[in-house]
Design a protein around this ligand. Sequence first.
Ligand SMILES: [Zn+2]
Length: 203
Amino acid sequence: MFRETVTHAGGDSKGTARESHALMLLRRARNSGYAMEATITGGASIRWTRVDHSTRTLVARAIALDPETPVGDLDDTTRAHLALIDLGDARYLVRADGRAITTADGEIGALAAARLRARRLVAVDDRGRVRLTMAARLGLLAHDHRQAGGGTDGFAMCSCGFTVHGPTGEAADEILRNHRQTVTARFVDSITAAYAAAISTTR
Ligand SMILES: [Zn+2]
């Protein structure tokens, strides 16, 4: 579940959004060519401008999606577990020490599995199938594309290795922001029909 904040002419409206609604907003934004960026907490921000017909000026609009449970620190072990689950065919199974997650390429022990669930990084359907939540996927994406250096002298670097040289630090930061928006748009494009169907059945 996400907290949804919509910025419009009258100010901000706040509500909640299920994963399926968050995905619909991201897909709609993608189709409209709006700028969007995954956030390190596992959310996303969507920004666009529209013409206000009464004043004939461009006005800024935004939607912020923030997970009710921020994804927190995605350390190496957590990321390795999430990558295993993301391979597909992950199942939640009863073991002697509790419920473990089996994957196509190894098992995640009961303690770690319980932690992934408590942190809302994975969701389990009524048939025991395990998937990453939208928040986990957005958080991983943002983690892979953090500002990793520079920001001065026209140089900026992304943690994925993408480096930028611009005339100024601000210009370089802007190019880096465009890069993060591009990878977020690609992420939205990469979401499969099967994943969309899986989140639409989660309450
Ligand atoms: Zn990057």
